[in-house]
Design a protein around this ligand. Structure first.
Ligand SMILES: O=c1ccn([C@@H]2O[C@H](COP(=O)(O)O)[C@@H](O)[C@H]2O)c(=O)[nH]1
Length: 271
């Protein structure tokens, strides 16, 4: 199944634009995971099972797995998500970007080794660094455009022939989108910029991090970023859901926050 078809399915069936981010930090896990060799997998799987019917995607951030040498747990987690929730796409947040010959291996790592449905990429090295991902025509890629962090201003707001660099990136990604599976990363912390990119690229899907722990305004972000069908967005929240409680009730609290977030997004869509 194509990445965009999976997304559309979850937008429709789960009535949700919420993506739960899987950023497992063992220091923040509840006590019951102490001395568990597979704590990262077990914690993430508990979160997935508590929220799987409320989401349009899951987004594991590879750094949290790799820094603990837990790549095998990441692979198993993605396989379990596909087994239990076959229509829910997994977006591997890896922000890759390198020359074509190396990018080929990053693409193989994301799609063949880990079995992800989509990956995040940096546009900085240009088309030949993105091209190897297009050789997987059913797989998606979200390309960094206007990121949620303050430092995003350093380059993304630079003037690029009368337009900010992030607008030039958005237009390029539209041209590169031969598979129909490319989209843009735009921070929910910058609703005005989100609206400007939606006006430039009405058809592209946006991965929107920055609500929840980073404080982005859900209402402003949905109003600015949704498309004509009131979809087109994958709105990520990681820490606010994962660590809603550090007690034994962490699964119930994670579910409650995920539900509140999904409902707030839907209210902003006018549903
Ligand atoms: O511009 C960006 C791009 C990616 N991220 C990633 O999203 C999550 C956000 O986590 P929260 O806990 O909801 O703040 C994290 O994995 C980042 O690496 C981003 O924040 N901004």
């Amino acid at each position: 199944m194509k990445f965009t078809d999976m997304l559309q399915h979850c937008w429709d069936v789960n009535q949700s634009l919420l993506c739960v981010g899987l950023d497992p930090d063992p220091k923040r896990f509840p006590k019951q995971f102490e001395s568990n060799k597979h704590a990262i997998l077990d914690f993430c799987w508990d979160i997935v099972k508590s929220t799987g019917d409320l989401v349009c995607a899951f987004k594991p951030q590879i750094a949290y797995f790799a820094s603990s040498g837990a790549e095998d747990q990441l692979k198993e987690l993605i396989a379990r998500i596909h087994g239990e929730y076959p229509e829910v796409p997994v977006i591997l947040d890896a922000k890759r970007g390198d020359i074509g010959s190396t990018a080929k291996h990053y693409a193989k790592e994301a799609f063949e080794r880990f079995g992800a449905d989509c990956v995040t990429l940096s546009p900085y090295m240009g088309f030949d660094s993105v091209e190897p991902y297009l050789e997987y025509p059913d797989k998606g890629a979200f390309i960094l455009c206007r990121t949620s962090n303050k430092g995003g201003d350093d380059f993304q707001m630079l003037d690029c022939g009368g337009q900010p660099l992030y607008h030039a990136v958005a237009k390029k990604v539209e041209q590169w989108n031969t598979t129909g599976q490319l989209g843009l990363v735009i921070g929910g912390t910058y609703p005005k910029e989100l609206a400007s990119v939606r006006a430039l690229t009405p058809e592209l899907n946006f991965l929107v991090p920055g609500i929840g722990a980073q404080g982005g305004d859900i209402n402003a972000c949905v109003q600015s970023g949704m498309n004509a069908q009131k979809t087109g967005m994958v709105i990520n929240s990681s820490r606010a859901i994962l660590y809603a409680s550090s007690g034994e009730d962490f699964k119930e609290k994670a579910r409650a926050v995920a539900m509140q977030t999904r409902d707030a997004i839907n209210a902003a869509r006018g549903l």
